[in-house]
Design a protein around this ligand. Structure first.
Ligand code: GRF
Length: 221
């Protein structure tokens, strides 16, 4: 467990539906995750993820990037809001903004992201379609520590899904999301229990340095 044996404070950033947020709320509720989600912040108003926070009595707010003149100004406001909650961990759960290096540096080793591809493959958008068009046999999802490089890793954990001949971007997205809701809570649990750290840009899990692909979930769907 972590040094105090108590739940760690987590701030979750979202831009949309918040199904990954829900997986973390579920873990907090059923006691499997030693976390206290102290705030949910969205850069978009009126998204479903905010309703989820409301339902569970979690503090939630919108910082609309469209009301800022620059990326730096938005990130500074976001950082101030996050830090007002003094989180030990910041979780990007479908948060669709490119972040400035100053922001990512501020949370070095304390901020996680989930990306729907087997990184380093398919950084950026439209990952499911790109995997199909490339004729890949497998696709998947990666949880990684956030650095200045967009979707750049370092990887913590990956889960694979099989691409079948009938798969479309939509069916593939559904399979990938199923895996997302398994591996994100797992990575957050490792971090919250003090077993996952970033050391000199290498991921250390239970005292062992992981290779660049990260921990591989055995179950492939
Ligand atoms: C997920 O597919 C995640 O991988 C991507 O954005 C989506 C967010 O989904 N970065 P949700 O808002 O958690 O439902």
């Amino acid at each position: 467990m972590n040094q105090t044996n108590s739940p760690i404070n987590v701030v979750v950033l979202i831009s949309g539906s918040g199904s990954n947020l829900q997986a973390l709320i579920d873990g907090q509720q059923d006691g499997s995750l030693p976390i206290n989600i102290c705030a949910v912040i969205s850069n978009k108003p009126n998204v479903k993820g905010l309703d989820r926070a409301e339902k569970y009595g979690i503090a939630h707010s919108v910082i609309n990037h469209k009301t800022f003149d620059s990326r730096e100004a938005f990130d500074a406001a976001l950082q101030a809001k996050i830090d007002s909650h003094t989180p030990e961990l910041v979780v990007l759960a479908g948060f669709m903004r490119i972040l400035t290096p100053a922001f990512t540096q501020h949370y070095a080793g304390k901020m996680l992201n989930i990306h729907p591809s087997l990184l380093p493959k398919y950084q950026g958008l439209h990952t499911h379609q790109r995997a199909i068009e490339a004729g890949d046999d497998f696709h998947g999802v990666t949880v990684h520590f956030v650095t200045a490089e967009l979707d750049g890793g370092p990887n913590i954990i990956q889960a694979k899904v099989t691409i079948t001949p009938t798969d479309t971007a939509d069916t593939l997205a559904k399979k990938v999301q199923q895996q997302e809701h398994v591996i994100y809570p797992l990575a957050v649990k490792w971090f919250a229990e003090g077993n996952l750290t970033l050391e000199k840009n290498h991921v250390v899990l239970n005292g062992k340095t992981l290779d660049s692909a990260g921990y591989q979930l055995e179950k492939i769907i």
